[in-house]
Design a binder for this molecule. Structure first.
Ligand SMILES: [Zn+2]
Length: 326
């Protein structure tokens, strides 16, 4: 498990290891699809090792760090217990539906009634189709469109929603903001524009001052910007983060896409600054008539972002996207 603060990770090897894990994840997702037809294979998936209380009636199913290959189960899943039933935010890789339900039963007898997906990716919506079809699925309207696409990019996960499984596509969508439930049960969904994908949702539980960011804030390092697969934008990403920082009131605790333990609101603000620092450097290079390659080669992470991953390949990739206006 990664330390919350004071990480001493190098800036090169970890990231390439992470990219390798994306591939392993794709294979795991494929295995899990097979596993629904072959129960034995499901046992080979790493377990969800616990259900962790974040606040009253809010829990976290972690094992979310893709650097920890042997324990990775997909992105963080939040479990919110309301009067009416249980709300989940994200469903990890395919093959984890039953394991999620078993963990939820350790803290409540209430049924899962609502699943919110922060975005379309296979490691965040992978087990949607393993829940009862009485569940209401909620996502941003662009994420619903991504999930329903005829042709699926490699990490979109949209192959899972074909044929019979179309009934697991979102039945409730929104454009900018949506509130579900009332009183202490209330959940606020926010979309501030393109970033990791074109349908990223930030999920806020106001009663406990906590937010789940999905992969808009994935880890302490440069994000994967899914430009080709899911309509993400390296150009817009920084402004989207800034709008979220300015536009979401009252949050103290933040569940990220892939850090195993909750962090603070100031970590989210710092991540926004970290991304914008790189994006500003990319634009400065562009205006100075320098290539993305030249600008990336000169980029250094400032000391105030010590411990953040910024490997040269991801720096170059984001700078190329920005130079190309993507
Ligand atoms: Zn993602």
């Amino acid at each position: 498990m990664r330390q919350q603060h004071g990480s001493h990770r190098s800036t090169g090897g970890n990231r390439s290891r992470r990219r390798g894990v994306w591939l392993v994840g794709l294979i795991a997702a494929g295995l899990a699809v097979t596993a629904t037809a072959n129960e034995g294979l499901q046992d080979s998936l790493p377990p969800i090792t616990g259900i962790h209380e974040v606040a009253e009636n809010l829990y976290l199913l972690a094992n979310a760090d893709p650097d920890d290959q042997g324990a990775w189960t997909g992105g963080n899943t939040a479990v919110w217990i309301t009067d009416e039933g249980v709300v989940l935010v994200d469903t990890k890789l395919a093959g984890y539906g039953q394991a999620i339900l078993e963990r939820v039963r350790e803290v409540t007898d209430k049924p899962v009634t609502t699943i919110i997906n922060t975005h379309t990716h296979f490691d965040h919506a992978g087990s949607n189709t393993e829940f009862p079809d009485s569940v209401s699925f909620v996502a941003h309207e662009n994420t619903a469109t991504q999930m329903a696409r005829a042709e699926c990019g490699p990490v979109t996960g949209c192959d899972a929603f074909k044929g019979e499984n179309r009934k697991y596509l979102p039945d409730r969508t929104y454009a900018d903001r949506l509130s579900l439930f009332s009183g202490r049960d209330r959940v606020d969904l926010y979309h501030f524009g393109r970033g990791h994908t074109n349908g990223d949702t930030l999920v806020v539980f106001p009663a406990v001052r906590t937010m789940h960011t999905g992969d808009l804030y994935p880890w302490r390092g440069l994000p994967f910007v899914d430009v080709e697969g899911s309509g993400g934008s390296a150009v817009d990403y920084g402004a989207t983060l800034n709008r979220a920082v300015a536009g979401i009131p009252g949050v103290e605790t933040v569940i990220t896409g892939h850090i195993n333990t909750p962090v603070g609101w100031s970590d989210f603000e710092e991540f926004a600054d970290f991304y914008n620092h790189l994006a500003d450097a990319a634009r400065a290079g562009l205006y100075a008539g320098r290539s993305a390659e030249e600008t990336a080669a000169d980029y250094a992470v400032p000391a105030r972002f010590r411990g953040y991953d910024a490997d040269p390949e991801t720096v170059l990739s984001i700078m190329q996207h920005i130079h190309a206006g993507r």
